[in-house]
Design a protein around this ligand. Structure first.
Ligand code: CUA
Length: 330
């Protein structure tokens, strides 16, 4: 297990994560601006209050030659009381206005005609991505087109939950949005820089909350269109994996997983039609390699204790055939 995690960490290390505050999408940039503004104001308040406190400690501390009497006391001062009421009220009003403006500008964004819409469904403990206009279903790895600031092509996400409350968070693209059962929340992103962005479920949702990871692949338009075209093609594994396919279709796999064009149409687990087009399995826990797939099918709780997929208990030779079939789902 340690080896699998080390390999995963090695791959992840190639994705720049050091600049968590480098926002690459309008909502994230606006939130960063507000955060820095709030930090600046509160830092000034901290310096003034801390400075006065420090000054008082030093200036009015007990002296060696103290006579033990209290210094002259001041009772009531209208100007001082007025100042320490009015000034904080003004500061709070400014913070409210700036924050409200940002919230309304992000949430009030209207969906331009033809904008890409993705349904994001949080599950314990993975993410389902459905592109209703394109007929694509995938998991844990969201592909979106690059948005040119001059001609923005934002992606709108409609977030739902299949079970408990989750929260969708890709720090460099947008703020957190809660994913709540029986409710659809909406957010949008317009990434300006191609690349891979890490995300994470940000609301405790059970034992494997910490391993409910996601990746967003931001691709130049032509590359993204290629991805769409490949996802829209049927998986079409060849006859050499027929034995594995038979195992897959005669075990409980098909109750939870879908492979388009076959009898498998389960919705409880990730769609496997183009399983091998994904870099990772188990919501970013391990690389998508035949060895890891085999271990996963053998017993998912080895990699992800508490995972809701049961150990499939297939015979050794069937397991190999099954993994060969999965490996042909490109
Ligand atoms: Cu889903 Cu935490």
């Amino acid at each position: 297990m340690a080896e699998i995690h080390a390999k995963m960490a090695e791959v992840n290390a190639k994705i720049p994560t050091s600049h968590i505050f480098t926002s690459e999408s309008t909502p994230a940039a606006e939130i960063t601006t507000v955060s820095l503004f709030v930090i600046a104001i509160t830092a000034v308040i901290f310096l003034i209050v801390g400075g006065l406190l420090l000054y008082s400690l030093i200036r009015f501390g007990r002296r060696a030659n103290d006579d033990g009497r209290e210094p002259p006391q001041v009772y009531g001062s209208n100007p001082i009381e007025l100042a320490w009421t009015v000034v904080p009220v003004l500061i709070v009003i400014v913070l409210i206005l700036v924050t409200a403006r940002t919230i309304f500008s992000i949430q009030g964004k209207s969906r331009p005609p033809g904008a890409l819409s993705v349904r994001v469904i949080g599950h314990q403990w993975w993410w389902e991505f459905r592109y209703p206009d394109l007929g694509i279903v995938t998991a844990n790895e969201l592909h979106v087109p690059l948005s040119d600031p001059a001609h923005p092509t934002p992606t709108f996400l409609d977030l739902e939950s299949a079970d408990v409350v989750h929260s969708f968070w890709v720090p460099r693209l947008a703020g957190k949005t809660d994913v709540i059962p029986n409710r659809i929340n909406t957010m949008w992103i317009d990434p300006h820089v191609p690349g891979t962005y890490f995300g994470q479920c940000a609301e405790y949702c059970g034992t494997q909350h910490g391993n409910m990871l996601l990746r967003v692949f931001v691709q130049p338009r032509s590359e993204w269109e290629q991805w769409v075209a490949s996802q829209q093609r049927p998986a079409a594994p060849d006859a050499s994996v027929a034995a594995g396919r038979a195992v897959f279709e005669t075990t409980a796999c098909i109750n939870c997983h879908a492979v388009s064009g076959t009898a498998a149409d389960g919705r409880f687990g990730p769609d496997l039609t183009h399983l091998m087009s994904r870099e990772t399995i188990a919501a970013g826990v391990a690389l998508n390699t035949p060895a890891n797939l085999k271990l996963w099918v053998l017993d998912p709780t080895i990699m992800k204790p508490g995972a809701l997929m049961p150990a499939m208990n297939v015979r050794d030779e069937d397991l190999d055939a099954l993994v060969a079939y999965l490996g042909a789902l490109r």
